[in-house]
Design a protein around this ligand. Structure first.
Ligand code: NAP
Length: 179
């Protein structure tokens, strides 16, 4: 049986790099897509023939399609927490999320996982939460069987120690991530 390839958009991020490691531990081949593949090589090295670091901006439709070609599954773990110029919550969390889903469906990707955020709601008065909600709807419309994740704030043990003095109530919920 040939090894199955999974593309992880945002595979160098806090969550994405853990997804990449998990997939490798389960013997998937992984294509790590981000705008800075050099960071990916620094994180994961260049020795593993089943890890490929590729440059792709999810706002670039052709690049998204190219990167998804031939992959069994895809994960969208791209973030944008602060808007900057053309990088808006709408462009990344709605338009680009939809682009990944549309292209994944078009090129025959079998499974898609989309990482959204806790409380995503297209009717929210908060721009960020509204855009996450709109993004989920757009992704679902393009890729019906998408697996949606809505993580709460994630912290490593180190971060957990550092924030121990903060009022835990300020976090609506949080998830521990093993390091
Ligand atoms: N961390 C949390 O506590 C938390 C909580 C709730 C939900 N989430 C959600 O979980 C997901 C992952 O979050 P995270 O904290 O792991 O993010 P992160 O650490 O900020 O990593 C973001 C990743 O996305 C890539 N990226 C950013 N813009 C891109 C673009 N235009 N095209 C391609 N790649 C791009 C970054 O690499 P380059 O910059 O090199 O492109 C990086 O690999 C997001 O949807 C986030 O909202 C996170």
């Amino acid at each position: 049986m040939s090894i199955r390839v999974v593309t992880v958009f945002g595979g160098t991020g806090f969550l994405g790099r853990r997804v990449v490691r998990h997939l490798r531990e389960h013997e998937f081949s992984v294509r790590i897509a981000s705008r800075h593949p050099d960071r990916s090589r620094k994180l994961f090295g260049s020795d593993d023939p089943c890890l490929q670091s590729v440059e792709a901006d999810i706002r670039d439709e052709r690049r998204v399609a190219d990167v998804l070609a031939g992959t069994h599954a895809a994960v969208n773990a791209v973030s944008l927490y602060v808007e900057r110029g053309q990088e808006t919550f709408h462009s990344v969390h709605v338009e680009a999320a939809e682009r990944v889903a549309v292209q994944a469906h078009r090129v025959g990707v079998e499974r898609l996982a989309h990482v959204s955020g806790l409380g995503a709601d297209a009717a929210s008065p908060s721009l960020y939460i509204r855009k996450r909600g709109e993004g989920e709807l757009a992704v679902k419309a393009a890729f019906t069987d998408v697996i949606l994740f809505r993580p709460a704030v994630m912290k490593t043990k180190t971060l957990k120690r550092a924030s121990a003095r903060l009022d835990e109530a300020s976090f609506c919920a949080w998830v521990n991530v093993s390091v």
